[in-house]
Structure formats: C-alpha cells, structure tokens
Write a protein that binds this ligand. Structure first.
Ligand code: SF4
Length: 332
C-alpha cells in the first residue's frame, strides 16, 4: 500500500445465498454480487464507481462501510484490514467513514428534527455536550448552505436538494476521512444535481475529504472523479484516470456506456455501441468474460476464459482478451 493510499479494496468477494425454487432440490445458488474486486483510493481524491443498476456497486459500498461482511478479500482502511477489526478499533475506523444515500427523504427519519438528525453521529460516538452539539449542528447547516434557523424543522418541510444537504451535513459531522456517496444525486433534478456536486467539491477542498462516488451515470461520475472504475455484473472491467477513461476507453463495456451519453449538439453524429440483450442474472453469470453474451467483439475464447484486469498503461487497466497485445487494435 502506498503512503497516501486511504482505502485499498483487494480481491473482495461477496455472494448471497438464494433459495432454489424447486423445494426438493439440494443445489445451492448464490447471487454473485461482488466477485474478486480490487482498487485503491488515495487521500483527497475522488474515485468514481460506475455501472448499470444491479452490477454490485452498492453492495461494494456496504462492504466497505462494514454493514455486511465480505466472504473473502481485504478492505484496508488507513493501513488496517477493516475485516479484522472489532470493538473499539472498529468503531474508531467507522467514525472515519460516512455515507450519503441516494434517496434523501428515505434516509432521514421523518420523526426527527434536522438538529436531531445531524447530531445523531455525536450521540452514537458520544462526542460533545448538549450545548456544543447545538452549536456544531448550526455550523454544519451553514457549511452545507442551509440556514441555522432550520434546526428544529422536520425533513418533510424541505425540498429534495435541501434534504440531500442535510444528509451531507450528517455525513461530515464527525470529520470523516472517507465519504461514500451512493447515487447521491441520482434522485435529484439536473439543476439541483450540479448544486450538490459543487457543494461536495467545496467540502472536499475545505476538509480534505476523500470520496467514493457511486453512480449509474458515467457523465455525472466523469465531472467529479479523479479516477474511475467501471463495474459489470459484479466485476471491475476497467480502471483509470478520469480523462483516460472518458477520452480513451478501452473496454467494450466502457465504450458502450460512453457512446450512450447524449451530446447536446444535434449536428454531431456519434457512433453508438449497442450491447445485445439484457443484463444476465448474477445467479448464473456467463462463463469466461461476463460480457461475452452481449459484447459485439466477442471471440470464442471469451466464453471459455475470464480475462484478467491487466495494466495497459500507468494508471489504466482493463479486463478484455482483445486488449492483450497483438489483438489490441481490434477495438481501438
Ligand atoms: Fe468482449 Fe471478449 Fe473483451 Fe469480454 S473479453 S469484453 S467478450 S471482447
């Protein structure tokens, strides 16, 4: 692990058991939600994790937060394997990681005032006395662009964007190192999205925050991320600097995602890469490369062998048989 690495996810796997529809069958089935995923996030940077809904992004977020336990692999946070921590040490590390959720209304308790919601992390970790907590909540409200006077109001009295600001205030209350934003702007109007993204950007600069920014929308991820990881059916298929992924994507899945982003210019004709069929079931994913049933470039070996996430360049890796040396030009 490099000295400025804050989070290292290494070979993490999570399968969920599911019941067989046939009552008399003894065969066990699993949803292969996250399969052998590895990446690192350095301090102060934003790592964007992108992929279709159901590709395992949110499961990965819950694994990193310690809300569910991985079957295998390591989640090293500040140099310690999170999966080995217990008691006091685990609580201390948890304090350093917070989450902003997709649906601000559902993630805020409607029976609690804004003051109670934002100060909940203080209660959980036993920090500050009552007077200090009120003062801290007021400061946090100001930081996220809300009036201190809202402290005694309830979530239903706010717009979607304001509720997300409350969720962000709660997430930064304990000065965490890492904030996981799980589809944090997906439920918001486009104009509000940019306000929230600007707020996250400002807070990152002010508090040196590190973000794991999860979204199904590559155009949103591109605007906020230093590095991007692209997930497909529980696996990471391409990782690289934001500019590289956006301007020079190598994996067919990344290329297809990018080609689907509309360009606000009616005269510009963009070649669209169409992936055939629907997302396969994560209970029974295709053998070899998981994209092989939909990939326009698939060759026989794709169904037989899983491609490794191999480096293509400094800070750029992709998992595709066609990218191994001689066949590289096929999808360039
Ligand atoms: Fe497509 Fe084969 Fe590459 Fe998978 S390994 S992305 S199926 S070309």
């Amino acid at each position: 692990m490099k000295s400025n690495t804050l989070l290292e996810v290494r070979n993490v796997k999570k399968y969920f058991p599911v019941k067989d529809k046939n009552l008399f069958s003894s065969q066990k089935h699993y949803v292969q939600a996250v399969n052998d995923v590895s990446f690192t996030i350095n301090e102060g940077e934003t790592f964007g994790l992108v992929g279709e809904s159901g590709c395992g992004k949110s499961t990965l977020a819950r694994l990193i937060m310690g809300l569910i336990k991985a079957d295998s692999g390591e989640i090293n946070f500040q140099g310690k394997n999170f999966l080995d921590l217990h008691g006091k040490e685990l609580r201390k590390s948890r304090k350093q990681m917070q989450m902003v959720f997709q649906k601000p209304y559902e993630s805020l308790n409607p029976k609690m005032t804004v003051g109670q919601i934002i100060s909940a992390p203080f209660d959980i970790h036993g920090v500050y006395n009552k007077k200090e907590r009120i003062q801290k909540v007021k400061e946090l409200l100001e930081m996220v662009g809300l009036s201190q006077q809202y402290i005694n109001r309830y979530p239903h009295e706010f717009s979607g964007g304001q509720r997300q600001r409350i969720g962000i205030a709660r997430a930064i209350a304990l000065h965490p190192k890492l904030v996981i934003c799980d589809e944090a702007v997906s439920a918001l109007d486009v104009s509000i999205q940019s306000q929230i993204l600007n707020l996250l950007n400002d807070l990152q600069k002010e508090f040196k925050l590190t973000y794991l920014f999860i979204s199904h929308d590559l155009s949103v991820v591109k605007h906020v991320s230093d590095k991007i990881g692209v997930m497909y059916l529980g696996e990471l298929v391409e990782v690289g600097d934001s500019e590289t992924i956006y301007n020079n994507p190598k994996h067919p899945y990344t290329q297809a995602l990018l080609s689907a982003i509309p360009i606000p210019d009616p005269t510009y004709k963009k070649e669209q890469i169409i992936l055939e069929g629907d997302l396969p079931s994560p209970i029974n994913p295709p053998s070899g490369c998981r994209l092989s049933t939909r990939c326009p470039y698939a060759i026989p070996v794709c169904k037989e062998m899983k491609p490794a996430l191999d480096p293509l360049d400094t800070n750029h890796s992709a998992a595709c048989h066609l990218l191994s040396n001689s066949k590289l030009q096929k999808i360039n």
